[in-house]
Design a protein around this ligand. Structure first.
Ligand code: 2P0
Length: 355
């Protein structure tokens, strides 16, 4: 019996310029480019181990200790692409073991509750694809591999890099140019921090994939967003990261979160992700920034009510102090579990994908 194994971890990423809308559903090709910040793996990450053997009879996945179906089209697309690249290697070097033909056993675990309302699919598909790419010893770079992770879940492609990451939408129909690239490593802006406010850990109302389809099909505002707003914002946000300009970065981040939730509201039927508590967090951050006379904190919300607040280390006590104070003062904050207010570091480059 021959037996090979590999492991990889992948962190969660939080978009500061949101991906919302597909131009091709099966290839997960987006209608706009996006930008994210990758969080530290010490805080939120998926660990995936894979094994392959000529004696395995079927592909099997265990997710957080439970057997899961490996029949989803997305997972199948990722496995097929990875096996195709391995088969190409085996074609040019017949001495290699024929791993492309063997079945896989996959074990995947999150170090955070799957139901925490935080995107787990991004880290999950990123770890799965990187672990198998390692097992197969694929020579492709991370941007190339990110195209495979993208087919699993769009946002997963961004979790293959640490620090600040762009997903370039590309314009080819086959998706060959729709990939993740590094904007800057975490070491470029070491004072950047993020706090996650878990407003609710309920399963989200409208799944992202169907929500996006509704928005693309029905929202007029969406057309405006992807044509007139995001292209310029994409360039401005990258520049703000290169310049380490928190005021610009923070303002663009908040504006883009608001724009994304506006197109959700403009969808028909409307999609609501923000709750009253989310809106109170938005107001609080603006009050704080107004009182400071400059932007020192920036909120962003994904397809759910939980907030991620970006700030710089030197402002931590001001930002977190105010949030803690208001938990007890504002009606509605009692729904927020303060024990879940976490500060997380931004991913350190050297930690990414260590198996
Ligand atoms: C993002 N979100 O850029 C945006 C912001 C949610 C709001 O990517 O269908 O799970 O798997 O490609 O990546 C969530 O959608 O969707 C998402 P699929 P995905 O992070």
């Amino acid at each position: 019996m021959s037996f090979y194994t590999a492991s990889a971890t992948a962190p969660v990423n939080i978009a500061t310029l949101k991906y919302w809308g597909k131009r091709d559903k099966s290839l997960n090709l987006p209608t706009n480019s996006s930008i994210s910040v990758t969080l530290s793996q010490d805080d939120l990450r998926t660990l995936t181990s894979v094994a392959t053997s000529d004696e395995y009879k079927e592909d099997i996945l265990w997710l957080n200790g439970k057997p899961e179906s490996l029949t989803s089209e997305r997972t199948k697309a990722c496995l097929a692409d990875l096996r195709k690249l391995r088969a190409e290697m085996e074609g040019t070097d017949p001495s290699l073991p024929q791993l492309s033909k063997w079945k896989l056993h996959i074990v995947s675990e999150n170090n955070f509750p799957t139901a925490a309302g935080l995107a787990s699919s991004a880290a999950g598909f990123a770890a799965l694809v990187v672990a198998i790419a390692k097992l197969f010893k694929l020579p492709q770079d991370m941007s190339e591999i990110s195209k495979i992770a993208r087919k699993g879940s769009g946002s997963a492609c961004r979790s293959l890099f640490g620090g600040y990451v762009a997903w370039e939408m590309g314009d080819l129909e086959n998706g060959e140019d729709s990939k993740a690239v590094e904007v800057a490593p975490v070491s470029h802006w070491p004072t950047m921090k993020a706090a996650i406010l878990v407003v609710s850990d309920d399963k989200k109302d409208t799944p992202s994939t169907s929500g996006m389809q509704t928005t693309v099909a029905t929202s007029d505002l969406f057309e405006h967003r992807i044509k007139n707003v995001v292209p310029a914002r994409f360039e401005e946000m990258k520049k703000s990261i290169h310049d380490k300009n928190f005021e610009v970065f923070g303002k663009l981040t908040m504006q883009d979160s608001n724009s994304f939730h506006a197109v959700c509201l403009d969808s028909y039927p409307p999609i609501f992700y923000l709750t009253d508590t989310s809106k109170k967090i938005i107001k609080l951050v603006h009050q704080l920034n107004d009182a400071e006379g400059k932007i020192i904190a920036a909120y962003t919300f994904d397809a759910g009510p939980n907030a991620v607040i970006y700030y710089e280390q030197q402002n931590e006590s001001k930002v977190l102090g105010l949030i803690h104070k208001h938990f007890s003062l504002i009606p509605g904050w009692d729904k927020v579990d303060t024990s879940k207010l976490e500060t997380v570091d931004i991913a350190a480059d050297e930690n990414i994908h260590k198996g």
